[in-house]
Design a protein around this ligand. Structure first.
Ligand code: PFF
Length: 452
């Protein structure tokens, strides 16, 4: 894919497989491996899981279809897309929410991706010592406090910058075609290992057995945010990627494939993490640090653990890169197409803003730990604001826009490729976009602020 075009020429994905792999590459990342287990852990396991899956299928798939239709139909960035379809109104303001969300996410995401680099290198040089829980915890604290994480955050942002500016997106696309399946296989292997752990039954019960009494407003909001975050929805990322889709891409199929693969990776990650959590006596409610404290234990019990650990964190780092490249693309296409900036200038400015945000988030575990807004550090605040507020609002706007304001014919033509194939569920899809998605998001918001 020639996203590097400095003349702002619109490129298309070379192959259908490449388009789907890159879309899945955007969706699969730290959201599945790091964020899903920790959110499930703090929100009661099974109760969270059931809400998350319900939102992926009831809200996620319809919204993916909506973003795909708008993106490919208009071949524009989020602002241009809304404006092309409804030039008479100010719907394109939704683009500002998208840009804000993408910058907030890039900021904290880069910090966690920085941890993966540190873990990968430490494993490679045999410095990761997880012989007991105390040492393991101590090591994690050592790695994440102080100024060290700032360096890794910047290293990660630099890698992201090089890919974006160097026009090596093609390379990343090709690499992710191989690495994504490899990542999946590796995760499946660790999953099988989970069966042998003493805490397997407890872990799986925690994750899959819903205790409905635990479904609270915060569980609902958390699961909604996770569904949006994991599917890269609500901020125009999927819209932007769809603007590079070929005409022969069956949008409905791509939406279902993306949602199914993405949630499968999250579930696999859960099956890897929770049996280990219960086997090694770690609290499932540890929060953002959970996965980084648990994974090395799993590896240390494998023959050749350091090699497995190095490979895993390397793949996780690459999966994070395919996601950050996609979220950076939102502001870059905005600057290039709306402000007429060169791609170079757009990339420098977006990365610089990300670096400032990244600095604040990286220091949240150390020197800025005491600086809290509503009890949250910058890191927590950026995550909460983007995932639980901006993305659902962006999704609600997109849903109402597609369901009520754009021509039904436009949606139908996109989904059926101008009548070349059938899309039987069009009425159901529109019903969801008109009523179910906006109403569900709205009610969850009201519920979370205590109004209902
Ligand atoms: N979906 C990605 C993940 O689960 O890691 C995160 C993400 C990528 C969010 C791109 C938003 C985005 F625009």
């Amino acid at each position: 894919m020639g996203l590097s075009a400095d003349n702002n020429e619109r490129a298309v994905f070379a192959t259908k497989f490449g388009a789907v792999a890159t879309t899945v590459g955007s969706a699969v990342g730290l959201g599945n491996i790091w964020r899903f287990p920790y959110e499930a852990g703090i929100h009661g396991g099974g109760a969270f899981m059931i809400c998350y899956l319900a939102f992926v299928f009831m809200i996620g798939i319809p919204l993916l279809c909506a973003e795909f239709c708008i993106g490919r139909g208009t071949r524009s960035n989020i602002f241009g897309a809304y404006r092309k379809l409804r030039p008479d109104r100010n719907w394109h303001f939704a683009g500002y929410i998208g840009i804000l969300a993408s910058i907030l996410i890039l900021s904290f995401y880069s910090v966690v991706a920085g941890w993966t680099i540190e873990y990968c290198l430490s494993s490679l040089f045999g410095q990761l010592d997880f012989s007991d829980t105390q040492t393991g915890h101590g090591q994690f604290v050592n790695l994440t406090t102080g100024w060290r994480p700032v360096i890794w955050t910047f290293v990660f942002l630099m890698c992201n910058f090089i890919i974006l500016i160097g026009g090596v997106t093609k390379g990343i696309e090709r690499a992710s075609n191989i690495l994504m399946p490899l990542f999946f296989i590796l995760l499946a292997a660790f999953c099988i290992n989970s069966f042998t752990l003493p805490g397997f039954k407890e872990g799986v019960t925690f994750l899959f057995k819903p205790d409905f009494s635990k479904i609270s407003p915060s569980v609902l909001l958390g699961a909604l945010g996770q569904a949006f975050f994991s599917l890269s929805l609500g901020l125009g990322c999927m819209m932007t990627y769809a603007s590079y889709f070929n005409k022969d891409n069956r949008l409905g199929k791509t939406a279902v494939t993306t949602a199914v693969l993405d949630s499968s990776v999250a579930i696999l990650a859960g099956i890897v993490i929770f049996p280990a959590v219960f086997s090694f006596g770690i609290s499932p409610e540890a929060g953002p640090t959970l996965v980084f404290e648990v994974l090395p234990y799993i590896f240390s019990r494998f023959p050749g653990g350091a090699a497995w650990s190095t490979l895993f964190f390397l793949l996780l780092f690459l999966a994070s890169l395919t996601s950050t490249v996609s979220m950076s693309e939102i502001s870059i296409t905005y600057f290039c197409e709306e402000k007429r900036w060169s791609r170079k200038k757009a990339t420098v400015v977006s990365s610089a803003i990300g670096a400032v945000g990244g600095l604040l988030c990286a220091l949240s575990f150390g020197p800025l730990n005491h600086l809290k807004i509503s009890g949250m550090t910058f890191f927590d605040m950026f995550d909460y604001l983007s995932s639980n507020i901006c993305l659902p609002i962006g999704g609600m706007i997109c849903s109402i826009f597609t369901g009520w304001l754009i021509n039904k014919r436009f949606v139908k033509d996109e989904l059926t490729d101008n009548g070349k194939h059938r899309f039987r569920l069009l009425s159901l899809l529109l019903f969801f976009l008109r009523w179910i998605c906006p109403a569900a998001i709205f009610l969850i918001f009201l519920n979370s602020i205590g109004i209902i």
